[in-house]
Structure formats: C-alpha cells, structure tokens
Design a protein around this ligand. Structure first.
Ligand SMILES: [Zn+2]
Ligand SMILES: [Zn+2]
Length: 309
C-alpha cells in the first residue's frame, strides 16, 4: 500500500524538495526523478449541474474513454457527484467558487459555496478552511492583475492555460502573469485545464502527474508538491539537472524555451525543417527561477513547473 501524505491545511511549496539540486541552490520537485507512475488529469470541468452540457456521468465517461486517469468536476458553487463512475477513473471532489471576475477552483473540497461579493483572498481562505487546494482560474480572462496574484496568499497556483477561455475569447494563456508573479519571488505552480462546458472544450489542457498510485491522497500529495507538468498536447519524457546544466527530453518540437527572470533564459529553436527532442541550458546563477516551455509544430505546448534558484 503506497503511503502518501494526508491533506495539508494550506498550500505551500516546500523549501526543500527531494528533486534535483544545483550546488544546493536550485529547488524544485522533479517529477521525472520521483517514484511512481504518470497519470493524466483535468481539474476543471462543468456539467449539467451548473452550466455545462454533459451530465456528470457523461463527462466522466468522456474523459475515461479518452484515457484520462483522474478528473475533478468543478461545477459553480457546488460539489457534483457522479452516479456511475467509470472503473479506473479517480474523481476528486471539487467546485469553482466565485462570481464576477474572481473564480477559484477548490480541488478536494467537501462543499461548494456562493462567493458573491467575496474578495480573492477570502475565497482562497474559505477553500483552505476545508483543507482543499485553491487554484485561481483563468487570470487573463478574469482580468486579475499580476499584482493581485502576487499579493494573494495560500493558493497552489493558477491556470496558465484554460481551454474554454482560449476558445471563446482568445484569452487562454496566462503565462505572462505566471512570469510576473514568479518574478515577484512567489513560489506557485502552473496548471493547464479544459474548463469544459461543451464539446469543443474537451481535451485541450491537461496535467500529467507523477504519483505513487491512483488514489486521491497520492494524487493530491503530488499536486501540492508540484510533481506534474501541464500540456495542451506535447509530452515531456525527461528532465535532469546536473552540475549546473538542465537537460530536457520531449516529443519532437519546434522550440524549447528556458524562461527565467526578465531577459534571463534562452529560446532553443529547431533547425529549419528539423525538430528538437532534447535541449540543454547552462544555468548562470542569476535567473532567480527557470521554467521550461515546449512548443510543437501546431502550437501545442507543454510547461514544466518552475525551478527556483
Ligand atoms: Zn471560471
Ligand atoms: Zn469554470
């Protein structure tokens, strides 16, 4: 029986992770060095219990049939249950809280609540009060500023990609917010999700989680530690940090971007007519943080979580 930590009272990226170390200076949880298996999931789905078109049973079946291992149905202000759960699909209870621009997905919460009139911090605190994990939804679409995100406390991270916001407003990517908040010194995680409402929102953004087993406690433990990467279709197969050099292996891609503070980092592009399956970066020591963004031919992406110097 695998043992995974129980629920935390509040999200916090630990100061020391059992991941790669760079002269003792680089800290992050490296999912490629962690024990366990890879599991694919989506943490943001609406059903007919709020404003989605699929019933909870249909949504669960659609994701299972597509090969997903876990989902979190996050209807507005309520925790939805699935009557006929497909075998081998883990369903983590959740809800999306917020009215107006503030939307926060509470993962592993026992009850939803109406966040009418609540400020961002209040919603996060209420989710933490249930020992759930708070993920701020679609900041770009919500017009939540990076300063507000940097000022909020106790949340795991935010959606750096949201499929429905991309489909309906072209505001799916919140990666500039991600960098601005990371530049402020805050340690947060980046999530890709579908925010499924209708057919075309399905299977656009997912997370790949390394966990000891497909049990809720294990998946939540890995999520809280950042043992995952986000994707809109590209896969990462390896990540190593050794003697100041980061090496990443991935599906054949157009470019691999090592993103650091300000102008730090490097964009590695494939030669004309060729693709990249591996890229390296020599850490200078002044990047403050580094995250890696992979871009494939059709614009599909994968994002690692940040490593901190
Ligand atoms: Zn929302
Ligand atoms: Zn939503």
């Amino acid at each position: 029986m695998p043992s995974c930590a129980g629920k935390g009272s509040e999200f916090r990226v630990p100061d020391r992770m059992p991941g790669a170390q760079l002269g003792g200076d680089m800290e992050f949880a490296n999912p490629f060095e962690a024990e366990g298996n890879w599991y694919r999931g989506n943490l943001h789905i609406h059903t007919t219990e709020s404003d989605g078109i699929h019933t909870p049973d249909q949504a669960a079946r659609l994701y299972r049939d597509r090969g997903y291992d876990f989902i979190c149905i996050s209807d507005h202000h309520r925790v939805t249950s699935v009557k006929n759960k497909p075998e081998d699909l883990l369903i983590i209870p959740g809800a999306e809280m917020g009215r107006g621009p503030v939307h926060v997905v509470g993962v592993d919460v026992s009850a939803g609540f109406d966040a009418q009139g609540m400020k961002l911090q209040e919603v996060i605190d209420r989710i933490n009060g249930q020992r759930g994990m708070a993920i701020i939804a679609h900041p770009y679409w919500s017009a939540i500023t990076s300063a507000e995100l940097a000022g909020a406390e106790g949340y795991a991270g935010f959606e750096i990609f949201n499929n429905v916001c991309n489909n309906i407003k072209g505001k799916g990517y919140s990666t500039v917010h991600f960098d601005e908040v990371l530049q402020s010194g805050k340690r947060i995680l980046g999530f890709a999700s579908d925010d499924t409402h209708c057919e075309k929102d399905l299977f656009g953004g997912c997370i790949m989680v390394k966990a000891r087993s497909l049990e809720k406690e294990c998946i939540m433990d890995s999520l809280r530690k950042g043992l995952f990467y986000s994707s809109t279709g590209m896969s990462i197969s390896g990540l190593e940090v050794k003697e100041g050099k980061i090496t990443i292996s991935c599906q054949a891609s157009e470019s691999v971007n090592f993103v650091g503070y300000g102008f730090m980092g490097n964009l590695v592009c494939a030669e004309a007519g060729a693709t990249l399956t591996r890229a390296e970066y020599q850490v200078k020591g002044t990047e403050k943080y580094l995250r890696i963004e992979i871009t494939g031919k059709s614009g599909l992406k994968a994002w690692t979580n940040p490593m901190f110097l």
